[in-house]
Design a protein around this ligand. Structure first.
Ligand code: SF4
Ligand code: SF4
Length: 340
């Protein structure tokens, strides 16, 4: 395993160097780190204070909305033209471990029975350079999900903060190649690696929110028909959909055709199972009532997905807790399932 280090004051130069090979995305200082945006060759101060972006970086691979193809009709008939996804190489710098794991979960969905060209082209051209969290939010619960603030799963390179420097570890072959080719880094010493381990241990201890996920699919299945419980759990939800639209592992989308005169285009845009009009187009929403939709969101992540893919479709990033306008908290639901 290749392990190097770089001074924080050298980061701008490294990002400039990588910008010559990739379209580099970084947590945007301008938007208050609401999202990742293109590296402008300026401020890297975000590394000292940002915790995580509001919008998950999945947007760089599964955009909120995208054109899939366009069509037109003339006297010769119909003409279809594909709208290929931008497939240039991109590097996401500063992605948190929870969001890298989330992309690994989305990969399974977008290439299982049918390989989704739009998603996979971007995904295969994306390098993920993570920064381990040193200051997790109170709402983070990644350690309950076999992960943690320094988990390297899904990353190509992992940076660990050791003060004025970062220790950089190659996780994949692509990461090792990039590290070997990059300028201005020195080999990490045994002392650097010890400081990185200490930093990771401290970060792990700072995640205090806890959920017991043992046998979760079975427990949720047993509670599935407990309408009284789900009605109580769902009471204060206002079905705004924020928890799903900002969740790094949610992937539901809608397809719409926009037509004007003899031409038009087909778009895909993110959708939310929290909405009462969700899946209404084919027949009707099978989850007319709010408690059914809340139950679906919890069970999709903690019951259906694990049964299909053997992993829980939640990374414990805590966004749905921090950003819910009525403070609905998934950990309280998971810790209060009847029959525990
Ligand atoms: S963010 Fe909160 S209020 Fe909005 S749908 Fe989700 S749980 Fe309900
Ligand atoms: S369900 Fe909530 S905590 Fe889990 S990944 Fe989605 S936003 Fe993060």
């Amino acid at each position: 395993m290749t392990v190097k280090k770089i001074a924080k004051k050298e980061l701008a130069r490294l990002l400039d160097e990588w910008s010559r090979q990739f379209s580099v995305l970084v947590p945007s200082v301008e938007t208050g780190v609401a999202q990742m945006t293109g590296w402008q060759g300026e401020d890297t101060s975000f590394v000292d204070w940002y915790r995580n972006t509001i919008l998950p970086p999945k947007d760089a691979i599964l955009p909120v909305m995208e054109e899939m193809f366009s069509f037109s009709k003339n006297e010769d008939g119909y003409r279809l033209e594909m709208s290929p996804p931008d497939s240039g190489r991109q590097l996401i710098f500063g992605i948190r471990p929870c969001d890298a794991r989330a992309l690994a979960m989305l990969d399974v969905v977008f290439k299982q029975d049918y390989e989704d060209t739009y998603y996979m082209r971007r995904r295969l051209n994306t390098v993920l350079v993570g920064i381990g969290c040193t200051n997790p939010y109170d709402s983070c619960f990644c350690t309950s999900l076999s992960s943690g603030p320094s988990d390297t799963a899904g990353l190509d390179l992992m940076l660990t903060d050791i003060g004025d420097e970062f220790v950089i570890e190659a996780v994949t072959e692509a990461g090792r190649e990039l590290l070997d080719k990059s300028q201005g880094m020195r080999p990490a010493t045994a002392d650097d690696e010890a400081r990185a381990r200490e930093s990771r241990d401290i970060a792990n201890q700072r995640v205090t929110q806890n959920v017991d996920v043992k046998k979760m699919p079975d427990r949720l299945l047993a509670a599935f028909d407990n309408e009284e419980y789900w009605r109580k759990i769902a009471a204060k939800c206002i079905s705004c959909g924020i928890c799903t639209l900002l969740c790094p592992t949610c992937y539901c989308f809608d397809i719409n055709d926009e037509v004007s005169d003899n031409r038009g285009a087909r778009y895909r845009s993110l959708d939310s199972c929290a909405f009462c009009i969700y899946t209404k187009m084919p027949v009707e929403n099978p989850r007319e009532e709010k408690w059914q939709r809340v139950r679906n969101r919890v069970c999709h992540k903690y019951e259906f997905y694990p049964r299909l893919f053997d992993t829980i479709a939640c990374t414990g990033c805590g966004r749905c807790i921090r950003l819910c306008p009525v403070n609905w908290d998934i950990t309280r639901t998971l810790n209060s399932i009847p029959g525990q």
